[in-house]
Design a protein around this ligand. Sequence first.
Ligand SMILES: [Fe+2]
Ligand SMILES: [Fe+2]
Length: 201
Amino acid sequence: MAPLALNPSQERIAALLRVRLKEKRLAHALSVTEHLADFGPELGLERDRLITAALLHDLCRNFEDDIMLARAAEYGLPIEPIHEARPILLHGPVAAEEARRYLGLTDEDVYEAVYWHTTGTPGLGLLGRALMVADFSEPLRKYPEAAETRAVLAREGFGAALRYMAQAKQGFAEKKTQFHPETRAFCDWVMRGCPPVPETD
Ligand SMILES: [Fe+2]
Ligand SMILES: [Fe+2]
């Protein structure tokens, strides 16, 4: 795996992560970044945008519930009943807004990827789909589906890994009482074939 070289704005994000995130969450964020920087360029995605999206994705993951809801309201984000029950679902949208408002983020694809990384959404761009696969399968993830996703990625390419992840999420959903409808719609869209992506060898 190539060592991470951060540009100055990415260094600023990483410094913020070190202040905001608990130890395990910080290790996860950096692991997602390394993983995505490793396979993302083969999909034709720019390394800088991959690294920025991955560093940002869990920027607000350790917010307390009341802070998460307050920030979402302040930023004018849609707050649905499922968010009131599980404010953690807002950590992607809140992070995307913070990055745009306070960290100089102007790249709409990075904004979209960070915004939707938790649930996905039908029509999600390639950067967003790649971030979801990296988030799901980075090497520090303990569930067996993470290692299997990496194996599928290495063996059959990104499209197959994305479909494997969608199937696994659908499997997880059967055990949950609340499965976000957006996640269900995203997984259905992926399984219907979503836009084809360049396959890695
Ligand atoms: Fe997250
Ligand atoms: Fe994450």
